[in-house]
Design a protein around this ligand. Structure first.
Ligand SMILES: CC(C)(COP(=O)(O)OP(=O)(O)OC[C@H]1O[C@@H](n2cnc3c(N)ncnc32)[C@H](O)[C@@H]1OP(=O)(O)O)[C@@H](O)C(=O)NCCC(=O)NCCS
Length: 159
C-alpha cells in the first residue's frame, strides 16, 4: 500500500466528491477559497486513487508565529478508521513547520461528531471554547441544533 500527499487540489474534484466528503460549501465559496493565496489544501492519494482531503488557510503570519485554520478534513467512507485522517493531519504539521516559527492550528467541530473529536484529541488538540447551537439551526427540527467545539494546538518553534 503506497500513499502520497499532494498539495494541488482541483475544486472540480471536490465538487465531484462533495457528498461522501460531507462538504457543505457552495460552489462560490469553493472558488473563493481556491483563489485565495492563503489557502493550503492537501489531497491524499492511495495507490493512485483519491481518498481524502484536508482544506485550510493561514489566518495570520508574522516573523515569530504562523496561525492556521483547518476548515475541513474528510476521508471517503470506505477508507475511514484506518488512520488516514491522522496521517493527513500529521502531514499538515510537517508542511506548516518548515521553519523556526511557532505554529498554532485552529479548527471547529460539531459536538456530535464523535470520531472527528477523537481524532483531534488523539493528536493533541485542546478544546478552548464551545458555541451553543452553532450548527443546524433548522426551524422544522430544532432538536438538530448542535454546539460547535473550538480546538487549538500549539507547536513551539523548538519542539
Ligand atoms: C472524521 C474523519 C475525517 C476521521 O477520518 P479517519 O481516517 O477515519 O480517522 P482515523 O482513522 O485517523 O481515526 C482517528 C481516530 O478517530 C477514532 N475513530 C475514527 N473512526 C472510528 C470508528 N469508526 N469507530 C471508532 N473510532 C473511530 C479513533 O479514535 C481513531 O484513532 P485510533 O484508531 O488510534 O483509536 C472521518 O470520519 C470523516 O471523513 N468524516 C466525515 C467528515 C467529517 O466529519 N470531518 C470532520 C469535520 S470537522
Amino acid at each position: 500500500m503506497t500513499y502520497i500527499f499532494q498539495k494541488t487540489i482541483s475544486p472540480d474534484l471536490l465538487i465531484q466528491y462533495k457528498e461522501p466528503l460531507e462538504i457543505t460549501w457552495s460552489k462560490d465559496s469553493f472558488c473563493e477559497h481556491f483563489d485565495n493565496k492563503k489557502s493550503l489544501n492537501i489531497e491524499l492519494i492511495l495507490d493512485s486513487k483519491f481518498i481524502g482531503i484536508l482544506i485550510g488557510h493561514y489566518l495570520y503570519q508574522s516573523q515569530d508565529v504562523d496561525e492556521f485554520e483547518i476548515l475541513h478534513i474528510a476521508i471517503l467512507p470506505k477508507f475511514r478508521n484506518k488512520g488516514f485522517a491522522s496521517n493527513l493531519m500529521k502531514e499538515l504539521e510537517k508542511i506548516l513547520k518548515i521553519n523556526e516559527k511557532s505554529l498554532k492550528i485552529f479548527l471547529e467541530v460539531s459536538s456530535m461528531n464523535k470520531f472527528a473529536i477523537k481524532l483531534y484529541e488523539k493528536l493533541g488538540y485542546k478544546a478552548y471554547n464551545e458555541r451553543k447551537n452553532y450548527y443546524g439551526s433548522n426551524p422544522i427540527n430544532p432538536s438538530s441544533l448542535q454546539n460547535a467545539i473550538l480546538f487549538a494546538k500549539t507547536l513551539n518553534a523548538k519542539t
